[in-house]
Design a binder for this molecule. Structure first.
Ligand code: HEM
Length: 407
C-alpha cells in the first residue's frame, strides 16, 4: 500500500470496506488484539489465536438468556413486535447454549449423520452436473442464480423433504431472516424478518404435522423420530431447527461459491493449475477458497464472565465481534495470507467455526462445493467473468448478488 494513503478504517456500513475489508483488518491486527468499536458497542477481535480461543471459551455464549434475564445482563429486551423472529431464532441450535444446545445438537446429529450426507452425494453430483450443463448450453449467465444458489437450496430442501412445488419462497424467507444478522439492522429489515418468520414457521408447522401422520424418508421425519433417553425435540425446537438448517444450509454455500469463483478469475495461474489437475488439487482448493474470501465475516458472542485480552478487561455483559475474515488472513498462522494458494496444505481456517457451534453441515458443504467446482472445471474449461460482479449489501454475510460468466 502507498505509505501516504490513509489507513483503511473498519467501517462496516461503507461499500468500499465491504468490497475489500482485508487492509482494514490488517490495520486492526497491527494495532492490537481487542478494539472497542463505539458504533456497535462491541469489542472487535481480529487475531486468529483469539478468535479460535474465544469460540471455544465457555465464559462466552451465543446467548445469555440461559443464565440471565435481559435486565440482569444490562440489555434492553427486543420490542414485542419482533417476537416472532426471536421465538424462531432463539430456539434454534445455533442460538442456544448448554444444556439445551447439547441436548438438541445430540438429537439433530442423530438425524443429520455422516451417512445421511454420504447418501446424498449421488443426488448432489447429478444436480451439479445438470445445473452446470444448462449454464454451458446457454453459453453462460449468472453463476449465482444458475448454479451457486439452486444447488444448496435444492439439496437441503430435498434432505428435509420439502416438496419441489413448495420451494420457491425458501430463499426469499431465508434472505429476509438473515437480514437480521447484519450489524444494526433497520426497523424495515426487522419488519420483513418478522413476516418471513411467521410465514416460514406456519409452513413448517403444517409440514411437520403431515410428516407426523405419514413419515417419509427425510430429515423432518427423522427429527420427529429422533429421541435420546426419552427426550424429544419440542414443536418449536423442530421448527427452529428446520429453519436454521434451511438458512445455514444454503446461505453460506451460495456466497462461498460466488466468492471462490471471483477469486479464481482474479488468479488465472491458480485457476489454470486447478483445471490441469483437479483430482489432486480440488480438496485443498476448497479449503483455501473457504479461507481466502470467507462468506461469513463476523460472529458475535456475549461475555458471560469477565475476560481479559492483552491486558484489556472485557467485562460481563459486553459483546465481542469475532472477525473471521481477519483471523483467516492472520500472518501469525498463514504464510503469505493474502495470496491465494490452492496447494496450501496447512490451513486451519475458521470459516466453519470451532467449539460447540462448529458447523454441523461442514461435510455437506464440502460435498456441495466439490461437486459444483468439479463440474464447472470439467464442463466449462473456458469459464470466464463477463462483467464486474454485483456485490451484496452488507459485509457480515459477504458475497455477490450476481456473477455474470461466459463459457
Ligand atoms: C460453505 C458453507 C458453510 C459455511 C461457511 C458455514 C459456516 C458456519 C459457521 C461459521 C458456524 C458457526 C457459527 C458460530 O459459531 O457462531 C456454522 C454453524 C452451523 N452450520 Fe454451517 N456453514 C456452511 C454450510 C452449512 C450447511 C450446508 C449446513 C446444513 C445443512 C450448515 C448448518 C449449520 C448448523 C446447523 C450450524 C449450527 C451448529 C451449532 O450451533 O451447533 N452449515 N456454520
Amino acid at each position: 500500500m502507498d505509505a501516504a494513503a490513509p489507513t483503511p478504517a473498519f467501517a462496516p456500513d461503507s461499500p468500499e470496506f465491504a468490497a475489500n475489508p482485508y487492509p482494514a483488518y490488517a490495520d486492526l491486527r497491527a494495532r492490537g488484539r481487542a478494539h472497542w468499536y463505539e458504533p456497535t458497542r462491541q469489542w472487535l477481535i481480529p487475531h486468529h489465536a483469539d478468535v479460535s480461543a474465544l469460540l471455544r471459551d465457555r465464559r462466552l455464549g451465543r446467548t445469555y438468556l440461559h443464565r440471565f434475564t435481559h435486565e440482569e445482563f444490562g440489555r434492553t429486551p427486543p420490542p414485542p413486535e419482533h417476537e416472532p423472529f426471536h421465538t424462531l431464532n432463539d430456539h434454534g441450535l445455533l442460538d442456544l447454549e448448554a444444556p439445551d444446545h447439547t441436548r438438541i445438537r445430540r438429537l439433530v446429529s442423530k438425524a443429520f449423520t455422516p451417512r445421511t450426507v454420504e447418501g446424498l452425494r449421488g443426488y448432489v453430483d447429478e444436480l451439479a452436473a445438470r445445473l452446470v450443463g444448462q449454464l454451458v448450453a446457454d453459453g453462460g449467465g449468472d453463476l449465482i442464480s444458475a448454479v451457486a444458489e439452486p444447488l444448496p437450496v435444492a439439496v437441503i430442501a430435498q434432505m428435509l423433504g420439502i416438496p419441489e412445488g413448495d420451494r420457491a419462497p425458501l430463499r426469499p424467507w431465508s434472505a429476509e431472516i438473515c437480514g437480521m444478522y447484519e450489524l444494526n439492522p433497520s426497523e424495515e429489515t426487522a419488519r420483513r424478518a418478522v413476516t418471513a418468520s411467521l410465514e416460514f414457521s406456519a409452513y413448517l408447522r403444517e409440514l411437520i404435522a403431515e410428516r407426523r401422520k405419514e413419515p417419509g424418508d427425510d430429515l423432518i421425519s427423522a427429527l420427529i423420530a429422533a429421541h435420546d433417553e426419552g427426550d424429544r425435540l419440542s414443536e418449536q425446537e423442530m421448527i427452529s431447527t428446520c429453519v436454521l438448517l434451511l438458512n445455514a444450509g444454503h446461505e453460506a454455500t451460495v456466497n462461498t461459491t460466488g466468492n471462490a469463483w471471483r477469486a479464481l478469475f482474479d488468479h488465472p495461474a491458480q485457476l489454470a493449475a486447478l483445471r490441469a489437475d483437479p483430482a489432486t488439487l480440488l480438496s485443498t482448493a476448497v479449503e483455501e477458497l473457504l479461507r481466502y474470501d470467507t462468506p461469513l465475516h463476523l460472529f458475535e458472542r456475549w461475555v458471560l464472565e469477565d475476560i481479559e485480552i492483552d491486558g484489556v478487561r472485557i467485562p460481563r455483559g459486553s459483546e465481542v465481534a469475532l472477525l473471521f475474515g481477519s483471523a483467516n488472513h492472520d500472518p501469525a498462522v498463514f504464510d503469505r495470507p493474502d495470496d491465494l494458494d490452492l496447494t496450501r496444505a496447512d490451513n486451519p481456517h475458521v470459516s466453519l467455526g470451532a467449539g460447540i457451534h462448529y458447523c454441523l453441515g461442514a461435510p455437506l458443504a464440502r460435498v456441495e462445493l466439490a461437486a459444483s467446482f468439479g463440474e464447472l472445471l470439467r464442463q466449462a474449461p473456458g469459464l470466464r467473468l463477463a462483467a464486474e460482479p454485483v456485490r451484496k449489501e452488507g459485509f457480515v454475510i459477504r458475497g455477490f448478488d450476481a456473477l455474470q460468466v461466459e463459457c
